[in-house]
Design a protein around this ligand. Structure first.
Ligand code: ADP
Length: 794
């Protein structure tokens, strides 16, 4: 309904504008310019022998006239070319002259008027069509249309055909003049958003006042036009001036409202829209009021030529239309900033040039043609060298002083590019991204989620980010989601980190901005560019990792293969030795029926010992395999270390005896309670003793000691055997590793015993140390943590 009303109104106004233009075109006048506020001829504009400069006009066609306005009004009822008789006073001598009237406005003025009014009408229609449902846009349409009417239907010929049209046009002109100001105030109250509801209601009074002014001016105009006399005209003219004043007051109020709204605006987009408006106002109505309306009230003449004022007015609808429809495409800050920067930089460069050129005669004396050419070249070179630094310094200065710029888009993008190029793994990329965003666009929380299926599914298939509608400024491209769809607390906007090669790699999630403003178009562009950069670096890093992993996997498989074959050969060998002796002694017992009982029990003992060795080996292999698979479990309990040692020694008693070992124990008098898996601790003791047996060929003595030590309990297994070379002391604890000596090579073994000891001690938060002297023996020391400290650990 409102749109239809606007449309009908617009058509009517356009018709009035055309009629108005016609009646301005037909306006008649005298070929003279009068001195301010008087009817003394200052200048004769066309060849006319009737007038001399300083003639004083007193009457036209016998009607006495006292002011320029009266002359204008009186002649508005005449036609161009019509003969009038003017009464003059020349050197205090009255005289009369008859002359034809000329066209009041110049062709140039009429052309400017036509162009400007057309642009106003175009912008009014453009904004109203583009923003059909926007109330501010519709009011803008009315303000702009009224202004177009004021421009094109200013005082013109009132007696144009068809009869009465001139009067109707004047009435429409009055209405436009009276209501334009109020409409402007109305606009400022609803743009960028409707505020001051009460004031809006109070505005009705202003509309009534505007109507009253228009009606009064029209009635008085008709009176004065019907039967011209000075008193009637002055009454009309006074009301008309009052109406002008009313318009000025309204425009000033509107300005005040806009400045107030700008200062109290919370949101950046609002500010940007208002900055456009303010820019237009600074050029348009401000100059109109300052250069035309106010001087006219006092001197009945504007300061600037009317054409220029009208041209200046164009800035208003243009900037207003930009503010309403396209403020985000044309960033006013950027335009002003660039303009200011280049003007300052250019002035500085010019100053340098002038400085160099004017200083050189002082330094070099009179210049010849060649030397002045050289000076100009030097100045040009200096400028060429200095321009860029001057420009960037000026840019920084302008940014800092005039614009509270939070970040420079290009600079931020470049810096991030540099930072991210240094990242070689996913976590440093994520850290670089979050840190950069937190500095540039502080928000409640920046998160990068690499594997969030729900968010990935939400964003997939969309190029633009997902966001809550209230967190993004108007005009940005995004798809609206509800808070719950994010499925993550306090999120306002989400970008996908997407690579062409690997699809969606992750999601960048930001909370609301700490400033309380919405995300701007620049923010979105910057974040989008960050995500693209991150995706490409992630691609690179992932490819790199895949290649490394493939290489590692290859190496591991190779090593595993080597280990397998080694394991098979050494374990088979290890299995074979005890099995051979078991077989040998079993056959001996079988084949020798008359075997002495002591011999028989000796053989049986050997068989038993060898089977125990076999069992130990198999246990070790199984344990190592469990450890490798990560399934080895320990049953921790409070146990006495001494008891473990005793049980292990009992198990090894036969072995020790078989190889003729003297095994002494120096057990602590205390029980030495530890938190450990008993079987595992026994395994440690058995492995260490069996090694001591294996690697002590000469002095067959073993000392097993338990004692209390700093922070725990300690177990020492000391032998006096071959010892271990310093270079082997570390590696023998790794699986399948053995010392390099010949004796070791000749001794059966799979290289698993110490690896097992190492693992068990680690699982018990214990430590295994080795002290050895080649040829003199070795001492393996296992230190268990005290029960309290070990109990605290998991
Ligand atoms: P294995 O004894 O089956 O070779 P271990 O893991 O038990 O495997 O021992 C690894 C290596 O450590 C042995 O091959 C040997 O070279 C060295 N070693 C272990 N204990 C002793 C010791 N008490 N005296 C000398 N060398 C030892």
């Amino acid at each position: 309904m409102q749109a239809r009303l606007t449309f009908v109104g617009d058509i009517l106004i356009v018709i009035f504008c055309v009629a108005g233009f016609y009646h301005v075109f037909e306006k008649a006048g005298l070929p003279v310019v009068f001195v301010h506020n008087s009817l003394i001829v200052e200048q004769v504009t066309q060849d006319s022998s009737c007038f001399n400069v300083n003639d004083n006009l007193t009457a036209i066609d016998g009607t006495p006239l006292a002011s320029i306005d009266q002359v204008e009004f009186y002649l508005d009822s005449k036609s161009v070319g019509q003969l009038v008789t003017v009464s003059l006073e020349r050197n205090h001598q009255p005289l009369t002259r008859t002359l034809p009237l000329v066209r009041y406005f110049s062709a140039r003025y009429l052309a400017v008027q036509l162009i400007v009014a057309s642009i106003f009408i175009f912008l009014a229609l453009f904004v109203s069509v583009k923003r059909k449902d926007d109330r501010a846009a519709q009011i803008f349409n009315w303000v702009t249309m009224s202004t177009a009417l004021i421009i094109s239907a200013t005082w013109g010929k009132m007696t144009i055909e068809p009869n009465g049209l001139g009067h109707v046009v004047r009435a429409a002109f009055h209405l436009a003049y009276a209501s334009a100001g109020v409409l402007f105030v109305h606009f400022t109250l609803v743009f960028p958003s409707a505020r001051y509801v009460r004031t809006l209601r109070a505005l009705r009074v202003c509309y009534v006042a505007a109507l009253a002014f228009a009606a009064a001016a029209t009635v008085l105009f008709l009176e004065a036009a019907r039967d011209f006399n000075e008193a009637r005209f002055e009454l009309y003219n006074n009301v008309f001036n009052l109406m002008r004043l009313f318009c000025v007051v309204c425009i000033a109020t509107g300005l005040f409202i806009i400045i107030h709204t700008y200062l109290t605006a919370q949101e950046e987009p609002e500010r940007r829209k208002l900055r456009w408006i303010l820019a237009g106002l600074a050029l348009g109505p401000f100059s109109f009021i300052a250069l035309w309306v106010i001087p006219q009230i006092f001197t009945s003449r504007g300061l600037l030529n009317e054409e220029f004022i009208v041209l200046l007015m164009l800035s208003v609808p243009v900037t207003f239309a930009i503010a309403i429809v396209k403020y985000h495409i044309l960033n006013i800050d950027q335009i002003f900033k660039r303009g200011t920067v280049y003007v300052i930089a250019f002035s500085a460069v010019l100053a340098i040039y002038v400085g160099v050129v004017s200083l050189s005669p002082l330094l070099m004396g009179t210049l010849t043609v060649t030397s002045s050419l050289a000076v100009s070249t030097v100045a040009a070179v200096i400028i060429a060298v200095l321009f860029q630094p001057i420009r960037s310094r000026t840019q920084n200065f302008v940014d800092k002083v005039f614009f509270n710029v939070r970040y420079d888009y290009r600079e931020a993008e470049k810096k991030f590019n540099e930072v991210i190029a240094q990242c070689y793994d996913e976590s440093s990329i994520v850290t670089a991204l979050t840190c950069s965003i937190d500095t540039l666009i502080p928000n409640s929380e920046t998160r990068v989620l690499m594997e969030n299926e729900k968010l990935t599914a939400l964003l997939n298939g969309h190029r633009e980010p997902a966001a809550l509608s209230e967190s993004i400024e108007f005009g940005a491209k995004f798809f609206v989601v509800d808070r719950w769809q994010f499925n993550v607390q306090d999120a306002a906007i989400a970008f996908r980190i997407h690579s062409e090669r690997n699809g969606t790699l992750g999601v960048l999630l930001l909370g609301p901005k700490k400033s309380g403003f919405r995300y701007t178009l620049e923010d979105i562009d910057l974040l989008d560019s960050f995500c693209r950069q991150v995706a490409s670096v992630l691609d690179r890093v992932r490819l790199h990792h895949t290649l490394i992993n493939e290489q590692l996997e290859k190496d591991r498989l190779k090593q595993l293969n080597e280990l397998k074959s080694y394991f098979v050969s050494s374990v088979t060998h290890e299995l074979k030795t005890p099995l051979t002796s078991i077989k040998l002694f079993t056959e001996l017992i079988e084949e020798t029926p008359k075997l002495k009982p002591e011999q028989r029990s000796e053989y049986l003992g050997i068989i038993k010992g060898e089977s125990e060795r076999l069992t130990r080996l198999i246990d070790n292999v199984l344990d190592i395999s469990k450890i490798e698979k990560g399934v080895k479990e320990y049953r921790f309990a409070r146990i006495a270390l001494n008891d473990c040692v005793k049980e292990a020694l009992a198990t090894m008693r036969f072995q020790l005896a078989l190889h003729g070992f003297d095994c002494r124990t120096k057990l602590s008098t205390k029980k030495l309670m530890i938190c450990a898996d008993k079987d595992a601790v026994m395994e440690i003791v058995i492995n260490l003793i069996s090694n001591a047996i294996k690697y002590s060929s000469q002095r067959k003595r073993i000392i097993v000691t338990t004692s209390k030590c700093d922070g725990g309990c300690r177990l020492d297994v000391q032998d006096f055997g071959i010892g271990i070379a310093p270079e082997d002391r570390e590696r023998i604890f790794a699986p399948f590793e053995r010392a390099g000596s010949d004796i070791v090579r000749r001794t059966a073994g799979a290289g698993l015993g110490l690896a097992l000891v190492k693992h068990i001690t680690a699982a018990h938060h214990a430590r295994v140390d080795l002290a050895s002297k080649p040829g003199a023996g070795s001492t393996f020391t296992v230190t268990f943590p005290s029960i309290t400290s070990s109990a605290e650990k998991p």
